[in-house]
Write a protein that binds this ligand. Structure first.
Ligand SMILES: [Fe+2]
Length: 366
């Protein structure tokens, strides 16, 4: 058994400003990688700029990261980073900018290479990366993964490199401006990370500490989330500061869990649904969680996962998710292609700890 969690993680209010010296120690000029809107709305971009200014560190901002970032966008950011002569990268936002930051850090550090290196296993080094998460879902601030959209293959896939952020600065106050939909979808993504890591052929008693902690945190906030869905409005009208903190902790521990095990079938099945139907990542993954548990409900590990979430049965869990997420209709032809694709995806298939065949997988759609 092995535990390897090299990212230096801080989690507190005013985290970015409190740890500005560690941030500035990563280099002389930072490339700030973010999307167009949310990092401005929640104050995270301003916090990073202020922290860098206070330490006299130069920076340049690339704010064109789209949801489910493409290789093309990564390459555009790489050109900008090289022109600006940056020597470290800070991802600010949800999974999209944080994942893109890792891929950009690799490409800027290797200006003589083209994008083909992203999906080939070479020994190239990346620039140092820091991450400032503003959603509670992906856990990308502590994982070595960077999932990009490959338009040529009409899907998403993690690059072939494991790029651990050097520093993660987590402040749950950034969650407070999120919409109910984003908050719920991202939380379900984190939940999927916990479940797919707990029920995984790579799971062991060391790395299960992360999933167990995260599933218990989820149990504490799950009723509050449902209240958010039922009453709408802004999440901060329903959730306490403590609940926002627990969501951020759940997301980071879920990231630590999948760092050790990777994800499994729900994630593998979700990518085509996101690409072809535009369903947000967490929601697309959540559709497949009941199926992931249902066919082996009698196994002790499945029952233990349900117990930690405080659900009496898979039916209980399914009813909860249906109300939280709503239903998604997946067309027959897309579903058939998706199942065929996952049956060929040995990386995801081998992580499932029980026997899985095409007929059972086909029933994962509800
Ligand atoms: Fe995910």
């Amino acid at each position: 058994m092995q535990i390897y969690m090299p990212t230096n993680v801080y989690s507190e209010d005013n985290c970015v400003m409190n740890h500005r010296k560690e941030l500035a120690a990563l280099g002389k000029k930072a490339l700030l990688v973010t999307g167009k809107h949310s990092s401005r709305a929640n104050g995270s971009l301003e916090d990073v700029k202020n922290a860098l200014q206070k330490t006299g560190t130069a920076y340049a901002v690339f704010d064109k990261i789209e949801e489910n970032p493409s290789i093309e966008t990564v390459m555009q950011a790489r050109e900008f980073g090289i022109e600006e002569n940056v020597d470290f990268v800070i991802g600010i936002g949800g999974g999209s900018p944080m994942d893109a930051a890792k891929a950009i850090a690799l490409m800027v550090a290797n200006p003589g290479e083209d994008e083909s290196i992203l999906y080939e296993a070479h020994e190239f080094e990346a620039l140092p990366v820091a991450e400032v998460p503003t959603t509670a879902g992906t856990g990308s601030e502590v994982t070595p993964y960077a999932i990009l959209t490959i338009h040529a293959r009409r899907t998403k896939q993690s690059i072939s490199y494991r790029i651990y952020p050097v520093l993660a600065l987590i402040d749950s106050r950034y969650l407070k401006t999120e919409s109910v939909d984003t908050l719920i979808n991202t939380t379900v993504d984190a939940l999927a990370h916990l479940i797919e890591s707990y029920l995984n052929t790579n799971a062991n008693s060391y790395n299960r500490m992360y999933s167990e902690k995260g599933l218990r945190l989820f149990a504490k906030v799950k009723d509050d989330l449902l209240q958010c869905r039922r009453f709408g409005g802004e999440p901060k009208q329903t959730l306490s500061d403590e609940a926002f903190d627990m969501l951020m902790q759940m997301s980071a521990t879920a990231g630590m869990a999948i760092t050790h095990t990777s994800t499994s079938l729900p994630h593998g099945l979700s990518y085509a649904v996101t690409y072809e139907m535009g369903v947000p990542h967490g929601k697309a993954v959540g559709i497949f969680l009941p199926g992931f548990l249902a066919y082996y409900e009698e196994k002790e590990d499945v029952r233990a996962a349900l117990r930690q979430m405080c659900f009496a049965s898979v039916d209980d869990f399914t009813g909860y998710l249906d109300e939280l997420l709503g239903k998604v209709e997946i067309a027959d032809d897309l579903w058939k292609k998706d199942v065929e694709m996952i049956m060929e995806n040995q990386a995801k298939l081998k992580n499932y700890p029980f026997t899985m065949d095409e007929g059972t997988l086909y029933k994962f759609r509800r």
